[in-house]
Design a protein around this ligand. Structure first.
Ligand code: AMP
Length: 208
């Protein structure tokens, strides 16, 4: 089995693109952020540990993340490969991933720092289907999401207070992975500061 990694800063549009690529490739999306938010909501031990870090805009410890991934990858839908969204975020996570599955493509969605704050602070999603919207760039229709179960949801950590810490964590702990994957010849840079459809088109082309 061979898997894809969606790589990039918070607010780059990884979740939005993951949803579209899943439709095209059939590979299930594995988002460690979504898994952690589900654990927080369910009130599990992992959730309450993770919440402290998430609220501060810091990365959750590697052992916690690696255990989540090791378990998730055993599910039947992962047998032909998956699309990781927001994982790996550190060198130890990438090392662990290399022992779990082969990575065929790392898609880096690049967005300059100065655009990240406005992108993160205006975003929201549909609680019914998970589609992502933005107050300015991609507002939901007046009648709500076309899934028919429209309910607006905003993430607790999508605020100006945590954005800078999340960006710092990205630059210090995650961006060094670019070199690691570049030297493996599987790193594809995509300009993420464009129309959503154009970005999807380039990602699909890189995956060919
Ligand atoms: P995301 O939804 O990917 O933006 O993640 C939201 C938050 O969850 C991050 O700011 C981190 O606190 C935590 N998180 C998600 N994925 C990881 C990961 N791979 N490693 C460490 N922390 C993570």
């Amino acid at each position: 089995m061979s898997s894809i990694v969606l790589f990039g800063p918070p607010g780059a549009g990884k979740g939005t693109q993951a949803e579209r690529i899943t439709d095209q490739t059939g590979l299930p999306q594995i988002s460690t952020g979504d898994m952690l938010r589900a654990a927080v909501k369910a009130g599990t031990e992992t959730g309450s540990l993770a919440k402290t870090y998430m609220d501060a805009g810091q990365l959750v410890p590697d052992e916690v993340i690696i255990d989540l991934i090791k378990e998730r990858i055993t599910h039947p839908d992962a047998k032909d490969g998956v699309m990781f969204d927001g994982f790996p975020r550190t060198i130890p996570q990438a090392e662990a991933l290399a022992t779990i599955t082969e990575v065929s493509h790392v898609i880096a969605i690049e967005v300059p720092d100065e655009r990240i704050v406005e992108r993160i602070c205006g975003r929201y999603s549909c609680a019914g289907c998970g589609s992502v919207f933005h107050d300015t760039f991609n507002p939901v229709a007046a009648e709500g999401c076309d899934c028919g179960e429209w309910q607006e949801k905003r993430r607790a950590d999508d605020n100006e207070g945590t954005v800078m810490s999340r960006l710092n964590a990205y630059h210090e702990q995650t961006s060094p992975l670019a070199e690691w994957y570049e030297s493996a010849g599987i790193f594809h840079r995509i300009d993420g500061d464009r129309a959503i459809d154009d970005i999807t088109g380039d990602i699909l082309a890189a995956l060919q």
